[in-house]
Design a protein around this ligand. Structure first.
Ligand SMILES: [Zn+2]
Length: 302
């Protein structure tokens, strides 16, 4: 079956084009796919019409109706929960979520979104946007406004957990008496998330449970400064409040980072502190874009 879809995507679409979808009868999936930047239309009735439109417009028909002829442009889903259905689509079509594609299309009407200035957003939205929202977009067709805020962080955390959004990776390097961490991620936000994970992995032995959510909100005049402040804020939370974090979901705008950290308190029965980490330092600090990845090298004072 997987081979079938591989062949299908290769033949029907050029490799650099995003697939387009026609979802039949699973309304909740429509909003998901549009939010992740996929051109998606919805039909609730008339399966024969759906098959015809999908073929004519080069769309993948996403359906749970399994008793009709299997055609190459129909993707049958077997999962019953929406999150798992989304995962099934991504796995069968070998897709990953690109962070830059999130909120590029209107979840309500499928139109591509336009950028909206902070000044204009301030006039329209009924709350103090400076405290909780970033990067505004507006749908030119239905007028709906989108922004990166709390719901964006929640969505991103869900996509990371489903395994359909690429996580960064890290490795350690020796640096005299200190600890060096090298990270690589598909986005700048991913660097912060990956280094956060690395920090606690090198600090604590034992499973960290995700019992609560903590917010880190720091600013700095440079990106490098922001990274150092972010890591030091995590270390401060550990020292003072004994907070351990397992996963992270960040939004970055200008010189500010807002991060939801998921974790719980240090528990001496479950956790062992592997080493003391005093601080993240500016020494030989490196943060840059390399081809289409972000890379960072940070030295921690231990
Ligand atoms: Zn719209």
């Amino acid at each position: 079956m997987i081979y079938f879809y591989k062949t299908f995507t290769k033949e029907v679409f050029a490799t650099d084009t995003k697939p387009k979808f026609l979802v039949f009868g699973i309304l909740k999936l429509v909003n998901y796919l549009r939010t992740l930047g996929f051109d998606t239309i919805y039909l609730r009735k008339d399966y024969q019409k759906a098959i015809r439109i999908a073929k004519e417009e080069g769309r993948i028909l996403v359906s749970q109706i399994n008793n009709l002829p299997k055609l190459p442009w129909i993707l049958y889903l077997t999962e019953k929960k929406n999150d798992l259905r989304l995962k099934e689509i991504f796995q069968k079509l070998h897709l990953t979520v690109n962070e830059e594609d999130i909120y590029t299309r209107c979840g309500a009407c499928n139109a591509p979104l336009e950028n909206l200035s902070v000044e204009d957003a301030e006039k329209i939205l009924p709350f103090d946007i400076k405290k909780c929202a970033y990067l505004f977009k507006r749908c030119p067709k239905c007028g709906k406004i989108y922004w990166k805020g709390e719901h964006y962080l929640t969505l991103k955390n869900k996509l990371l957990k489903l395994g359909i959004m690429e996580r960064g990776k890290y490795s350690l390097f020796d640096h005299t008496a200190d600890l060096g961490i090298e990270a690589e991620a598909p986005s700048l936000e991913g660097i912060f998330e990956t280094l956060g994970t690395a920090l606690f992995s090198e600090l604590i032995e034992g499973e960290i449970e995700e019992k609560g959510k903590y917010t880190i909100d720091v600013t700095s005049s440079s990106l490098e400064g922001l990274l150092v402040r972010f890591l030091n804020e995590l270390l401060y939370k550990f020292e003072v409040e004994e907070l351990l974090c397992k996963s992270f979901s960040c939004i970055l705008l200008d010189k500010r980072i807002l991060c939801n950290c998921f974790g719980g308190k240090f528990n001496p029965r479950r956790h062992i502190q592997k080493r003391e980490i005093k601080a993240a330092t500016y020494h030989n600090l490196c943060l840059k874009k390399k081809q289409n990845k972000w890379v960072a090298r940070v030295i921690l004072d231990i």
